[in-house]
Design a binder for this molecule. Sequence first.
Ligand code: PRT
Ligand code: MG
Length: 210
Amino acid sequence: MSDKITIAISKGRIFDESIPLLAKINIIPKDDPKKTRRLIIETNQSDIQILVIRATDVPTYVERGAAALGIAGKDVLLEYQGDGFYEPFDLGIAKCQMMLAGLKKANQNSTNPRIATKYANITRDYFANFGQQVEIIKLYGSMELAPILGLADQIVDLVDTGETLKANGLVPLKHIADISSRLIVNKAAMKMKNTTIKSFMEKLSEVIRD
Ligand code: PRT
Ligand code: MG
């Protein structure tokens, strides 16, 4: 393994909220992913580069060692269900809540409700805890549409301000989990690049505590 450290980060809000944290430990990307088509972004630190990928791909890159480090939402980590990486700490960014939601006026008492979600594993586990059978309808986005069009009875999705639910006539029904983004670390890299990664983690944990 080279001494270069690759950090996998997704392009949207996690990238936007990670940058100020990385800046506090003097890691500054040389490009803005919104302005460049490059997927690998160099930083002011010659031994640190940032990989810009889909949020759901971050655990895959880190588990398989293509990136030594990653920043991923707890939602993505819970859904991924892998254990090929360490999750040393909560970065306290991109916070939101995983919620069960449904139409305001709907009868929510179906015996085998249809739940639309991109979080099939989390949803199955959540209802299994109550011994409740559900039919999961896997979607990749815009879950809010499903109850409106009769595709599903309820949805499991992330909620931040609640504006998206409200705008679509939905109401939160149950809180499933508090979500924030975590640092994840490839297990082999933790051993082989121990000095660089330990020092990165120490600096980062200090600025998070501030
Ligand atoms: O590539 P892909 O499109 O799959 O991922 P992405 O572009 O969504 O990735 P990115 O980098 O934007 O980050 C997504 C991650 O941000 C999630 O995995 C969460 O950990 C975190 N996060 C925090 C959120 C939200 N808050 C959030 N509110 N991700 C999505 N939302 C969406 C939600 O799904 C809903 O559609 O925002 C809408 C609700 O927002 P409110 O404010 O209207 O309630
Ligand atoms: Mg998106």
